[in-house]
Design a protein around this ligand. Structure first.
Ligand code: C5P
Length: 288
């Protein structure tokens, strides 16, 4: 039975519409510049009162997490409890709808959702800046996932400028079933665009957004293609779909996306690709 105080939180998929990489810093991380949007789909987390912190994982990608008992959700829960100097527990259920190690946030979005959900369950008055700092200690993408709103991302991922009034677009996300660890992709990086772009101009239509994005790239695409050649094939296939405005990889991959004029075109492309690749993961959504 689910307790009355149950808190439910969605952890939306994060999409890097572009991702430029700059210099490697002394701490081993790279300077980044990225335009980040969130899809209207994601993992789901339920938090119930309990004496100890525990995690149960369900859903399509639960199995992929079973080898990592100390995943980011538990780390986030412990980090928040330590920060607040409290000894409270929670029974956490994560429904893993998003593929694991796939460039769309996954673990980072789950960690961010855990910070938000447990702050509510435990009735903590945590300042947003503090939540951001705890998030940063868990991973570069966690801070942007706390707000889950369109953002301009800089630094290692922690410097965020919220973007309002961005255009909506239909999106098709496809994961070809290969996990590519972020560290491995960064390590294989050769060419890069570098950073230094100004904030994007105000845009109102999907076509304006695509015109802007065509002057950008994901610097991690080339190394990800080398590690997992299927990424290159997937990007070409997505670009060739009727109505596709742009195809690109998100984060360090291997999930790729295409933006479409309308939902119907995105759904039609999803169906066409699914027939040929039944083992892949497909999701259509809207961004903006
Ligand atoms: O912060 P996170 O744990 O997600 O990063 C995973 C790995 O990705 C890091 O260990 C690092 O190798 C690489 N990375 C990077 N520069 C960033 C973010 C991640 O080099 N800004």
């Amino acid at each position: 039975m689910i307790a009355a105080e149950t808190v439910r939180v969605v952890a939306p998929a994060k999409i890097n519409l572009f991702l430029h990489v700059g210099a490697k810093r002394a701490d081993g991380y790279h300077e980044l510049e990225s335009l980040v949007f969130f899809a209207k789909l994601g993992d789901e987390l339920v938090f119930e009162p309990a004496d100890e912190i525990s995690l149960a994982v369900e859903g399509r990608f639960a199995e992929a997490l079973s080898h990592d008992p100390d995943n980011l959700v538990l780390k986030a829960a412990r980090a928040l409890a330590d920060d607040a100097k409290i000894r409270k527990g929670a029974r956490i259920t994560l429904t893993k709808n998003l593929p694991v190690a796939s460039g769309i946030g996954g673990g980072s979005a789950d960690a961010a959702a855990t910070l938000r959900g447990l702050a509510r369950l435990w009735d903590l008055q945590v300042m947003p800046e503090r939540l951001h700092q705890i998030g940063q200690s868990l991973g570069s993408d966690v801070p942007v996932c706390i707000g889950s709103t369109p953002a301009w991302m800089e630094g290692r991922g922690e410097k965020l400028t919220r973007l309002d009034g961005f255009p909506q677009a239909a999106i098709l996300l496809v994961n070809p079933g290969v996990a590519v660890p972020t560290g491995k992709v960064f390590a294989a990086l050769k060419a890069r665009r570098g950073i230094g772009l100004p904030l994007p101009p105000a845009m109102t239509t999907a076509n304006e957004l695509v015109a802007y994005l065509k002057n950008t790239a994901n610097d991690l695409e080339a190394p990800a293609r080398e590690i997992a050649p299927v990424v290159g094939e997937l990007l070409d296939t997505l670009a060739a779909q009727p109505g596709a405005l742009l195809s690109r990889m998100s984060g360090s991959g291997a999930t790729c996306f295409a933006l479409f004029e309308n939902n119907q075109a995105a759904i039609a492309a999803s169906r066409a690709l699914n027939v040929r690749n039944p083992g892949w993961w497909f999701a259509t959504s809207r961004i903006g």
